[in-house]
Write a protein that binds this ligand. Structure first.
Ligand SMILES: Cc1cc2nc3c(=O)[nH]c(=O)nc-3n(C[C@H](O)[C@H](O)[C@H](O)COP(=O)(O)OP(=O)(O)OC[C@H]3O[C@@H](n4cnc5c(N)ncnc54)[C@H](O)[C@@H]3O)c2cc1C
Ligand code: SF4
Length: 342
């Protein structure tokens, strides 16, 4: 049996108290649903003196339409605000998410299993620690490997043996989608509130893979409502297709001149996950702009760019070259499904 280490637990009821506790309890970690941090503690990947639970912070559970991106103004609703404390089940089933951001509903609904989605939160999924086949193991397993690695108790990387940087994978299902939808992350800390584009929230360092400062917590996500017709999708490849982290993931978004797959693409985003610590925004897709989504050339351009630019590492199970092929296959399949849906 894997035992949890000993730690204190704090149960604040508002955001201000969370910030105070983060200041007063150095080394304390936040816990939301606990579905990732608690297994990691059982694996002795950290030994914080205390956990600060967000479970009673009702302010983190808001879901509402805001009038403008900044939350002010009195115009038409422009942004959907989703509190970090909403469960993944709530996100997946929320009518506004399903209506405006179906790829986010898909991604949240594909995380792990119903029980885990009922506990796990959007904020926990956003801040999910990076994962690696060499570190998300028992201490006994890591010791047998010869004393861990940069992310545990050692000083080498087993994925890139001469590397000095941890390349553990960002394996959250929602993150690539949030980036593809131009979401913004709202953070609260001792200096007040700040907002960071989800695309800038992640760093290419598996040991500290977000720009969230010590003393800050994520309070919510702001998603700009689509200004034009749009088709979007999330593709996740796993082996068991149940209670599995993604082995590759891909979020796609196509803005269209009209509400039809025969209309011209005006803008597009493609974001891949599970490569390294930072999701990859696929670049050089301009050739697809102006073409109809139904045009077979679009799938060819996108799948080709994904394959060229995304190079998985041996950081999660399954061979990296195979996962690279899967990225291309799933890009094509996701676009074919969008076209078929009309
Ligand atoms: C068997 C199993 C299968 C899984 N499969 C998947 C999967 O398929 N896809 C997937 O994406 N995830 C998967 N997970 C991981 C996890 O369940 C989800 O990512 C979940 O969304 C984590 O949310 P949580 O609220 O439980 O986070 P917690 O475990 O409570 O926290 C996770 C991390 O986020 C930090 N954190 C939490 N909330 C905040 C906040 N508001 N501000 C700042 N930091 C915060 C914590 O300090 C911690 O570092 C799986 C987990 C298990 C055990
Ligand atoms: S990428 Fe390297 S350093 Fe990072 S967890 Fe894996 S083996 Fe350890």
């Amino acid at each position: 049996m894997l035992r949890l280490p000993q730690f204190g637990i704090e149960l604040p009821e508002d955001i201000a108290s969370v910030i105070t506790l983060l200041r007063e309890r150095p080394g304390a970690r936040l816990v939301a649903g606990g579905t990732d941090i608690l297994p990691n503690l059982k694996h002795h990947l950290d030994q914080p003196p205390a956990l600060i639970s967000l479970a009673r912070v009702a302010e983190l559970r808001r879901a509402e339409l805001l009038a403008a991106k900044s939350g002010g103004g009195d115009g038409e609703p422009a942004t959907l605000y989703l509190g970090a404390g909403l469960t993944l089940t709530e996100v997946a089933e929320h009518p506004l998410v399903r209506e405006h951001f179906p790829s986010l509903a898909t991604a949240a609904g594909l995380v792990a299993s119903p029980l885990i989605r009922n506990m796990g939160t959007l904020g926990g999924n956003l801040n999910l620690d990076t994962r690696c086949r060499y570190v998300n193991q028992t201490k006994f397993w890591r010791d047998a490997l010869g004393g861990g690695c940069l992310k545990s108790e050692g000083n080498v990387c087993h994925v890139v043996p001469k590397g000095r940087n941890c390349v553990a994978a960002m394996s959250s299902d929602c993150v690539p989608v949030l980036i593809s939808l131009d979401a913004e992350v709202e953070l609260a800390g001792p200096e007040g509130t700040r907002v960071v584009p989800a695309a800038d929230y992640f760093r290419a360092d598996g040991l500290r893979h977000t720009v969230r400062e010590h003393g800050e917590l994520t309070t919510g996500l702001r998603l700009p409502l689509p200004a034009a017709a749009r088709r979007c999708a999330y593709a996740k490849w796993t082996v068991r297709q149940s209670i599995d982290f993604p082995l590759i993931s891909l979020a796609l978004r196509f803005d269209l001149a009209e509400d039809s797959v025969d209309a011209a693409i005006t803008d597009l985003r493609v974001v891949a996950g599970v490569l390294g610590a930072k999701p990859r925004q696929v670049a050089r897709l301009d050739e697809a702009v102006g073409k109809a989504l139904r045009d077979p050339a679009v799938a060819q351009i996108v799948a080709g760019a994904v394959h060229k630019q995304c190079k998985p590492l041996e950081n999660v199970p399954y061979e990296a070259p195979y996962r690279r092929q899967m990225l291309r296959v799933h890009a094509r399949r996701a676009i074919a499904a969008l076209v078929e849906a009309g």
